[in-house]
Design a protein around this ligand. Structure first.
Ligand code: NDP
Length: 423
């Protein structure tokens, strides 16, 4: 999500042009300030609600007034060591293939990536269980959530400053604040080490570890985790394990291919562990348990979502890799001038983004088990819905430019964008 990027590499040639450029820079600086404050404070607000169990979205958060509640050297050190460990695990010469990413438009080169996210996730879970069984108080993260949040914000703040200083002068726009916020480099690297890729994966792994911590905390409290809590944590683990199992799909995602690494993207990665674990936190604290028949209905809905999500993504990916596969012998396709064909049969004949539909259903099944008393657990599905609707529009515009007439024919044949008969 690149909110304010505005390149002004060519110097303005006259006063009017310069004035307009200055106005643009001021406007982008204002939105950069707004989003910096908004994203950062949003994490703190969600964390405060999770700590206090203050679930109402309109209830004003009440933050502690002493500095020690926010900053602790030990917590900062633990988070830093954990992140360094993620960097080391990424660099291990095993656990996954070394593959080429997409060609980067700006540099015309293909970067290499180690696809070992599934291995790293497994290593983290095993490490967590070993720590738990050896009596280490892993649940102290739960009690230090505010310090953990501040540590995360400090880490991304320092990283974004280093990234800004590291960026070459020719890639900067001349507006320091915008460059720091949006990032200067697309893929900051030290050899094979890719900071953006590792930060993204670490955010997702952090989300799963937060869920494990929430489950462990239920045991700490002398209770057993509810079946509902375990089910939601299971859904999220399945989603992430699948995402990492098919990791080559991440290499073509927008964040990796198009977004520069600055505070903007880093803070969005930081939101994943702190804001996505809200549902398991809610279920752990409220001890809410769904009747078995409701839970069964949610499980069935999740599996339907997963079937659509995985089925449609695999169908398209396999078709792009090998259109002559016998699997597609009876599929109807629309040829395009680029030589690629568009599927009109199977999942991609039902709507133009069946994978988004599956993703939305899955996301809804994380929130439904929390009941309908509070809206907070529904913020993530809502956020995903808004994001995917926007993404579908952008992707549609890009496909129209790429495939022209053929895309129009496809849209005529497949009328619905994401939800058949609705949207
Ligand atoms: P998609 O996988 O939806 O790919 C879109 C591309 O598919 C188009 O640009 C086009 O590319 C190709 N395509 C479109 N229609 C057809 C057709 N009929 N036949 C063949 N190819 C077609 O892109 P995303 O990266 O947006 O999504 C990937 C997955 O990641 C999705 O499941 C999405 O839900 C998920 N996601 C999850 C997020 C989360 O936060 N949970 C955030 C973002 C994405 P081309 O023709 O060039 O091959």
């Amino acid at each position: 999500m690149d909110i304010t990027r505005k390149r002004t590499l060519n110097q303005p040639t006259d006063k009017a042009e310069k004035a307009s450029t200055d106005d643009d820079n001021t406007a982008t600086s204002k939105s950069a300030v707004f989003f910096t404050l908004f994203f950062t404070s949003w994490i703190f607000v969600i964390v405060e609600k999770c700590i206090k169990g203050n679930w109402s979205i309109i209830a004003v958060p009440r933050f502690p007034s002493d500095v020690n509640s926010y900053i602790e050297i030990k917590t900062f050190a633990i988070l830093t060591v954990w992140f360094v460990l993620q960097c080391i695990l990424y660099m291990l010469p095993f656990g996954g293939e070394l593959v080429d990413g997409l060609q980067i438009k700006e540099s015309r080169i293909r970067l290499k990536y180690r696809l070992n996210a599934f291995f790293v996730l497994t290593a983290n879970i095993i490490g967590f269980l070993i720590a738990l069984l050896s009596g280490i108080r892993v649940t102290s993260v739960f009690d230090k959530l505010l310090q953990m949040t501040t540590s995360g914000v400090l880490l991304i703040l320092l990283s974004s400053i280093v990234l800004y200083l590291r960026g070459s002068k020719s890639d900067k726009t001349g507006n320091g604040f915008n460059d720091w916020f949006n990032g200067v480099e697309l893929n900051p690297r030290w050899g094979l080490f890719d900071l953006k890729y590792v930060c993204f994966r670490s955010g997702i792994i952090g989300w799963i570890l937060m869920n494990f911590i929430n489950i462990a905390k239920a045991f700490d409290n002398g209770d057993k985790p509810s079946v509902t809590l375990l089910t939601v944590a299971g859904f999220q683990l399945l989603y992430v394990a699948d995402y990492f199992w098919f990791e080559d799909g991440i290499l073509v995602s927008r964040d990796i291919v198009h977004e520069h690494l600055g505070y903007n993207l880093l803070v969005q990665f930081l939101m994943i562990p702190f804001c996505f674990a809200v549902q398991t936190r809610y279920l752990m604290m409220t001890k809410c348990e769904l009747p078995w028949y409701c839970l069964l209905a949610v499980i069935i809905l999740n599996l339907i979502g997963y079937w659509i999500y995985r089925g449609s993504n695999s169908e398209k990916n396999n078709f792009r890799k090998n259109p002559n596969d016998p699997q597609f012998a009876n599929y109807e396709v629309i040829p395009t001038l680029t030589g690629k064909n568009l599927l009109v049969s199977g999942w991609w004949g039902i709507c133009r983004h069946p994978n988004y539909l599956g993703d939305l259903i899955i996301s809804l099944t994380y929130a439904l088990p929390t009941g309908f008393s509070y809206f907070l657990p529904y913020l993530n599905p809502l956020f995903l819905f808004v994001m995917l609707v926007g993404r579908e529009r952008t992707d549609g515009d890009e496909c129209r430019k790429r495939y022209g007439e053929a895309w129009e024919t496809y849209c005529h044949r497949v009328k619905y964008r994401i939800i058949p008969y609705v949207y």
